[in-house]
Design a protein. Structure first.
Length: 625
């Protein structure tokens, strides 16, 4: 099942719809029950409440879904842990304002557990245009004093207007919990929770059970921090509020477009996805899917480690830091992270290095002040020896805000766009060493301009000389083997017992032969002999050649090969192919013959060496030399 199917919870619904007087209403009243097959619809016909069976399941659930959308998307389930096994379910509202779901035996399998300080007066359950199912007194105009609301008990979907956070009075935390599967809306293993602590910076975590899998930062004034490719559309965002008081701490956002429906979900696979539906087209469009790559995993590079998908090894360290456990690196394990190359001593010479294009680190060990300027933030951090870094999380031009980190920096990554600036505390000596610091290809320098010029010239000159030296060395090494082998063969001939003068042979470069044989292509093989294959080739000037390549597994040694070169070079006969030259390069030993298309006696070079097979014939002068 693909992510789109899971994220949209593409469900085949088997609704047993019956004609009912309730089908056009948006309320459930006392003594006016809702049976399986009946529904209530919000005033603007956006949402619908009733019974459904998800996917291939036959269980029945009471839920809310978007009306008239394809695929149909459920946004809230009442009895997600206690399904009905048949269609006998009935929804009732009592005079105390408690909504109950009972089965065919009259047993309550789910209730709203409503509680109110006052007396309920003609309570009703109403499905609002926001998708919120509320219980309130009839004719009540103040929606802030409800008996109960479904928005306080979210499932896997966030809808605009929901509060996500904590209520200190009721000790209830509002967060998203995934479905177990597309067929089972019971709570899965993934949750999307919001970290809301006084004096802290709000951020979101995706957890698998209790273990953090990914961290999502909030809107930074331009886009979602930590999600640079997602830019909220200003045409439908109305407001984004964070509420901090003695009673509760939460965030809420709402939208102003009447043509767009927005939903944010946590999928059974642990992804946070944002979708919008255009009422005119009826089409769902995905705006966000997170995590999107390995670097979105929580703290994959450990403390002070930086993750980047633009490098072969995704993990690295800040300038001024080094791997804490180098032996883990070959196993691609960076859980130990990085450590400082020079320790801090809280001296006045310590300063801050600016690193750009980053996802800011986890703020669990940070403090936030929304009124401080960036300069005030630096002063505050420098005056506290425990402060390891600072930043302004708000990227809006001229906006104030100060984050101060205390302790290790966790969960950092580099972004190609919309990343943020982080100022990391370094020792005085480290500031000089790392005065020009690249992060994602961007350089931030603390050198005075004049010194920078001197340093650049010095480094450039040294680099140029180093390159020249390396090229000369490589060129010398490249030429040396061929020359040495040529001299050795000639000397062997000179010192042999049969002194018949010098033999002139072409010493071919391995690269020349490789090009001629199309890199020793299989298609160029003419045959296979005891000492190796023979390839057909064409030199750059057009001459056709046959190349005998001594097999690495052959027992023929270097001396035998040199003897073969000497003997073949001495041998000239109209029925024998002519040796043009040879090549000895590393483990490669090659003989280059002229190519004879009519196969005169060229088959000799496919078998054992001619001079070992026909030694007797040569010595008895049966073959003319």
């Amino acid at each position: 099942m693909n992510n789109t199917t899971i994220s949209l919870l593409s469900i085949t619904f088997f609704f047993l719809m019956l004609t009912s007087s309730n089908s056009s209403s948006n309320i459930i009243a006392v003594n006016k029950n809702l049976s399986d097959g009946e529904t209530i619809i919000s005033g603007d016909a956006t949402f619908e409440l009733g019974f459904f069976s998800p996917g291939s399941s036959r269980n029945r659930y009471l839920g809310i879904w978007y009306k008239n959308t394809t695929p149909c998307v459920v946004v809230w389930v009442a009895n997600r842990e206690t399904p009905l096994i048949d269609t006998s379910g009935i929804v009732k509202l009592d005079s105390q304002g408690t909504l109950s779901l009972v089965n065919g035996s009259g047993i309550t399998i789910w209730s709203s557990n409503s509680s109110t300080t006052g007396t309920s007066v003609n309570p009703i359950a109403q499905l609002l245009d926001t998708g919120n199912l509320v219980i309130m007194n009839e004719n009540q105009t103040n929606k802030n004093h409800l008996i109960w609301q479904s928005f306080d008990y979210p499932g896997d979907t966030y809808l605009p207007g929901m509060k996500m956070g904590k209520n200190f009075k009721t000790r209830r935390e509002m967060y998203l919990t995934s479905w177990r599967s597309a067929d089972d809306p019971s709570p899965g293993v993934y949750t999307l929770r919001f970290s809301m602590v006084k004096g802290k910076y709000q951020q979101q975590y995706i957890r698998k059970n209790s273990v953090i899998q990914s961290r999502i930062a909030p809107i930074n004034g331009i886009t979602w921090a930590g999600r640079p490719n997602y830019k909220p559309n200003p045409s439908y965002i109305a407001k984004y509020d964070i509420i901090l008081n003695e009673d509760e701490m939460y965030f809420v956002f709402s939208f102003k477009s009447t043509f767009l429906l927005i939903k944010s979900i946590i999928t059974p696979g642990g992804k946070h996805e944002v979708w919008h539906l255009n009422r005119k087209t009826g089409k769902w469009t995905q705006d966000l899917s997170f995590p999107s790559d390995k670097c979105d995993g929580y703290g994959v590079c450990g403390p002070y480690g930086i993750c980047s998908t633009d490098t072969y090894n995704i993990c690295g360290c800040f300038k001024g830091f080094e791997p804490k456990n180098p032996q883990e690196m070959p196993q691609d394990n960076w859980s130990s992270g990085c450590r400082r190359t020079r320790s801090l001593d809280c001296s006045v010479e310590e300063g801050f290095q600016k690193f750009s294009s980053l996802k800011l680190p986890d703020t669990q060990n940070a403090m936030y002040d929304s009124h401080m300027s960036l300069h005030e933030c630096e002063v505050a951090c420098k005056s506290n020896c425990s402060c390891t870094a600072y930043a302004n999380p708000n990227m809006t031009e001229g906006a104030a805000g100060c984050l101060l980190w205390f302790g290790d920096l966790i969960d950092l990554r580099v972004y190609s766009q919309n990343g943020q600036d982080l100022y990391v505390r370094l020792a005085a000596s480290e500031l000089l060493v790392n005065s020009s610091t690249p992060v994602n290809g961007r350089f931030r320098s603390r050198f005075p301009r004049k010194k920078r010029v001197i340093v650049i010239i010095t480094i450039s000159t040294a680099a140029g000389l180093a390159v020249i030296l390396v090229l000369c060395t490589l060129s010398k090494r490249k030429r040396r083997p061929d020359v040495e082998r040529e001299v050795k063969v000639l000397e062997t001939e000179h010192n042999s017992s049969n002194k018949k003068g010098n033999i002139e042979l072409t010493v071919f470069r391995l690269s020349t032969i490789s090009r001629a044989t199309n890199k020793f292509s299989i298609e160029n093989i003419l045959g296979q002999g005891g000492f190796g294959p023979v390839y057909k080739g064409v030199l750059e000037e057009g001459q056709e050649i046959a190349v005998k390549r001594l097999s690495k597994s052959s027992k023929q040694g270097l001396d035998e090969f040199e003897n073969e070169v000497i003997c073949i070079a001495k041998l000239q006969h109209r029925n024998l192919v002519k040796l043009l030259g040879y090549c000895i390069k590393g483990e490669e030993t090659l003989l280059v013959y002229e190519y004879m298309p009519n196969k005169s006696l060229d088959w000799f070079i496919f078998g054992c060496v001619l001079f070992y097979i026909h030694r007797t014939r040569l010595e008895s002068k049966m073959v003319d030399l």
